[in-house]
Design a protein around this ligand. Structure first.
Ligand code: SF4
Length: 211
């Protein structure tokens, strides 16, 4: 098993095991916390479906040319896993865990790519918000209004994931850290670059350590 897949598997196990221990109130608190993010993701998804589905299906999926879903290449945040686990039914989770545990994975595409598309119910944020340059120029070429709308969604994304202010992705990691859990996917608590962003925003003091 690749280190990438092991890391994903460990992350999912940790999240699922901990969610299983939570009472109804704690789980509801998490559901409430992610609700504005799910609303954002719904609007982003609708925008992409409306304006890019045709372009992307023809250019990448039909021709097997896609570089978006490449093997072991996709960055997943810890919060991506928490959100997906919270919104998924047990069958969907079993499919993901079975795929991660499958031996060997010979394909050249992402481990999460199933025959009917991505196995995630709410796919990782970087996947959702990635558009290649040819698609961007084809759709936005004569539609600056759509470009403006997409830029607004990109800015909104930061309000959940870019820690120059208190953000959901940081909060979800903190919830698990407070429970004594740790994952290498907790980038908002591990990544030097993101810790620097937090430090500059006054949200992290390296002399105190993890916050
Ligand atoms: S997680 Fe899903 S959308 Fe992202 S690269 Fe993998 S299959 Fe594609």
């Amino acid at each position: 098993m690749t280190s990438y897949r092991q890391e994903q598997l460990d992350g999912y196990r940790l999240v699922l095991d901990h969610l299983d221990t939570l009472g109804a109130e704690e789980r509801q608190a998490l559901q409430k916390a992610i609700s504005p993010y799910l609303d954002f993701r719904k609007r982003a998804s609708e925008f992409l479906d409306t304006h890019f589905a045709g372009v992307c299906t023809q250019a990448c999926y039909d021709n097997q040319r896609s570089a978006c879903c490449s093997k072991d290449g996709i960055v997943t945040f810890f919060a991506d896993i928490v959100v997906n686990a919270l919104v998924s039914d047990p069958v969907s989770m079993e499919k993901i865990m079975a795929r991660l545990g499958q031996q060997p994975h010979e394909g050249f595409k992402c481990i999460y790519l199933g025959p009917r598309g991505c196995l995630w119910q709410v796919k990782p944020l970087v996947c959702e918000m990635f558009l290649c340059d040819p698609a961007l120029s084809e759709v936005f070429g004569s539609r600056s209004d759509l470009n403006t709308e997409w830029e607004a969604l990109q800015q909104e994304k930061k309000r959940f994931s870019w820690p120059d202010r208190p953000v959901l992705f940081d909060h979800l990691e903190a919830v698990f850290i407070e429970a004594g859990l740790n994952s290498s996917l907790m980038y908002l608590h591990n990544s030097p670059g993101l810790l620097r962003v937090k430090r500059l925003a006054g949200l992290y003091d390296p002399t105190v350590g993890r916050q």
